[in-house]
Ligand binder design. Structure first.
Ligand code: K1U
Ligand code: ZN
Length: 182
């Protein structure tokens, strides 16, 4: 049978929901990228993110408190100009610098279903991270992709987007969000 993705035999994992105290833990650094368990977890995160229609996911969201995130931008109704990218696993991501400019934009979270929030984020960031093979990379991200990276890195610190809104009036239901798009 033809596989649409190399990881499609991996199981989909349960995503922790807001209120689960494990979502608030600080993640620990990854020591070795060659650990087969780490490679298996990356594949499981890819399957879980795709199955949940996400544009990103962080290991703590599936109860694994390690510094691993995946970023996978694609164009969508709110961000039609967002780039379509191959999912990017990032090990031990570290923010090196950021623009002075921040932008407020709508976010969702797989751990907070049914709620959207207007969140201020840096428009441009430079990040150091390891790729899935452990090669150290430095990369600049802008706009929607920078937003996803910052959202995912927050998960490594036990932070969720609802912690970042300027006022709770910037939190709305999915139903009201859909009205904004039409
Ligand atoms: O970490 C996560 O919970 C994944 C989250 C990432 C994210 C979405 C929007 C802005 C910043 C970060 C999601 O993918 S939630 C799914 C979703 O609501 C969405 C999907 C495509 C475009 C926009 C939102
Ligand atoms: Zn999230």
């Amino acid at each position: 049978m033809t596989q649409t993705h190399p990881s499609s035999n991996s199981p989909r994992l349960e995503i922790l929901q807001l209120g689960n105290p494990r979502l608030r833990d600080t993640a620990r650094a990854i020591a070795s990228s060659s650990d087969p368990a780490l490679q298996a977890l990356i594949d499981q995160l890819l399957v879980t993110m795709h199955a949940s229609n996400g544009v990103g996911i962080a290991a703590p969201q599936v109860g694994q408190p390690i510094c691993l995130v995946i970023v996978a931008s694609r164009p969508n109704p709110r961000y039609p100009d967002a780039p379509e990218m191959e999912p990017l696993p990032m090990l031990n991501p570290r923010l090196l610098s950021h623009s002075d400019e921040t932008l407020k934009g709508w976010e969702g979270c797989l751990s907070v279903p049914g709620i959207r929030g207007l969140v201020p984020r840096y428009r441009e960031i430079e990040v150091e991270y390891g790729d899935r093979h452990g090669n150290l990379r430095r990369q600049v991200f802008t706009d929607f992709v920078a937003r996803i990276v910052q959202h995912e890195v927050d998960h490594l610190k036990g932070l969720v987007f609802v912690d970042r809104v300027e006022t709770t009036r910037d939190l709305i239901t999915e139903q009201e969000y859909q009205k904004l798009l039409s």
